[in-house]
Ligand binder design. Structure first.
Ligand code: F6P
Length: 531
């Protein structure tokens, strides 16, 4: 495989950036080409994408596709779907796509469908609250064993079961679990201990707290078997904890790619078996699109390549995600793990240091809330931050006036970022809140917008399980595309290890106050916290 900076296309992109990229003006591009929207928008399964408000032209797109081909993106993608061990540092296959494939269409179909059927049958029994007696489900997990379900459950609230509440406990800080436990009735609660490894400090500590609380409510060890279930690859450790009902998964499912597996149990309980299958089917439709569509029309591939263009040529350091649907409020947090844990790497597959940047910072909040917080910086700040808007055409509520306002705001922000406003235009405006003492031209400069700020708009018809499945899979494959182009391993996460090891060393010192051998700052802080 060719490293991206050694390709012909990379050099061509550098030249193209100097000649046409650095000073590319979106407003002029639309004047030059009235068909630009059509040329840069596409319909993938469940997701329509307008990529026309990005700083690229047809030549950029062509060169980016050539770059992907030279880097072997298609071969790497095919190797992933075929179950080859592309996670080379851990010697593992990467087969989250097999979790949503129909039986017989991908490797490991028998195991996958055996667990899926069993898990969905269990979920249906829990949802039958009259006979299960369960009113509250508490998912205890962190990272990939938390963020997916925590994002999907509220997103699909419209498909929820009345009288059944899902809670998510992840943080080792006791302020997370304490208020949740206060609201629960042990006899009516189901705890899901979700951990791929069943060794994660936070999850094991919170599971231990939940277990002790459960027994303190007058429940017995035997009740634990009925009120605690596990989602894990480590069945032995779950059994040791006293968990008898376990839904397994496999080492070829990365934590941040695991919501389609047993880790999706809270989702299945919340939305039911049929809707969970629809979520999987939507993801599978996007998998087929990614696997089969030529890169020129392949939405995840184009998004990933645009990320490379922005990160390595324009040198934009971050991307902001703004879903104009309150149900997607946890999507930015979910994408932070998906993108930054996958592609926040500084060595290539051979362990060689990279001379180019990888993952941008991904951040955001739902619109319109973000507009009243940080959009100021997006419009007038000194850094260009590409923004990704997500609009949903049809709401699941009845407040048509609110929906119209949400959509108008979404469109207006993308428009404002692109069009901006020159000082001359600002000069002609009234500004009732401006100081009367301020010079008019100075005020106009404060009230002007540079514009030419790029954005992508993704549109779903409705936030259905199928559409959400397709959207999430689109993000997974986009991350795959940029990671494969950068020549990194998107499927390991060695960067989380050092902090864990140092924490183990510090933990006894929190009680003893022993600061011997520590660096000056850590010793000073330990003293301050423990004296
Ligand atoms: O610390 C990072 C990490 O390993 C993530 O990659 C993972 O999603 C999370 O911890 C939780 O791990 P587990 O599911 O094994 O508890």
């Amino acid at each position: 495989m060719m490293r991206c900076d050694a390709t012909v296309a990379w050099t061509a992109l550098q030249g193209h950036y100097e000649a046409h990229g650095r000073d590319f003006d979106l407003r002029e591009a639309f004047v030059r080409d009235p068909q630009r929207f059509g040329a840069f928008s596409l319909q993938a399964p469940e997701v329509f994408a307008d990529l026309s408000k990005n700083r690229w032209d047809l030549a950029t797109r062509r060169l980016l596709v050539e770059l992907a081909r030279e880097c072997g993106l298609e071969a790497r993608r095919d190797a992933m779907f075929a179950g080859e061990p592309i996670n080379t540092t851990e010697g593992r296959a990467v087969l989250h796509t097999a979790l949503r494939a129909p039986k017989g269409a991908a490797p490991h179909g028998d195991e996958v469908h055996e667990v899926l059927d069993r898990m969905l049958a269990f979920a249906e029994r829990v949802r039958d609250t009259a006979s299960s007696g369960i009113t509250d489900v508490v998912n205890i997990g962190i990272g990939g064993s938390d963020l997916g379900p925590q994002m999907v459950v509220p997103a699909l609230e419209a498909y929820g079961q009345p009288g059944l509440h899902c809670h998510f406990v992840s943080n080792v800080d006791g302020h997370d679990i304490a208020p949740v436990l206060k609201r629960l009735d042990a006899r009516r609660t189901l705890f899901i201990v979700a951990s791929k490894t069943f060794t994660t400090q936070e999850t094991m500590a919170n599971a231990g707290v939940a277990r002790a609380w459960f027994l303190a409510q007058g429940q017995t060890e035997a009740d634990i078997a009925r009120h605690f279930v596990g989602a894990t690859t480590n069945l032995a450790a779950a059994a040791e904890f006293g968990i008898h009902t376990t839904f397994g998964f496999w080492d070829w499912v990365g934590g941040r790619y695991s919501l389609w597996s047993a880790i999706g149990l809270p989702i299945a309980i919340a939305i039911g078996a049929d809707h969970f299958r629809a979520l999987l089917a939507g993801a599978h439709a996007m998998d087929r699109h990614f696997a089969e569509t030529p890169l020129e029309h392949n939405l995840p591939a184009l998004l990933g390549l645009l990320d490379v263009w922005y990160r390595n040529f324009h040198r934009f350091g971050s991307r902001s995600v703004a879903p104009y649907h309150q149900g997607l409020k946890r999507l930015p947090a979910y994408l932070q793990q998906l993108e930054m844990e996958s592609n926040g790497k500084c060595v290539d597959l051979d362990g060689q240091p990279l001379p180019y940047h990888t993952s941008p910072v991904v951040w955001g909040e739902p619109g319109t809330n973000g507009q009243h917080a940080y959009f100021q910086m997006l419009h007038q700040g000194t850094e260009v931050v590409p923004v990704e808007f997500i609009a949903v055409k049809r709401p699941t509520h009845e407040h048509a006036d609110l929906h119209a306002k949400a959509l108008a705001n979404c469109l207006a922000q993308g428009q404002a970022l692109m069009l901006g406003k020159c000082a001359e235009a600002a000069l002609g405006e009234k500004a009732p809140t401006a100081s009367p003492d301020l010079d008019r031209e100075v005020l106009a400069r404060h009230r002007s917008f540079p514009g030419n700020r790029p954005s992508t708009t993704l549109v779903l018809d409705q936030l259905t399980p199928r559409a959400l499945g397709a959207l999430i899979a689109m993000y997974e494959h986009r991350v795959f595309t940029s990671g494969a182009t950068w020549g990194i391993n998107s499927f390991d996460q060695w960067g989380v290890e050092l902090g864990k090891a140092l924490c183990n060393n510090l933990l006894p010192r929190i009680t003893s106050g022993d600061a011997s051998g520590l660096d000056g700052s850590t010793a000073g802080l330990l003293h301050h916290l423990t004296r």
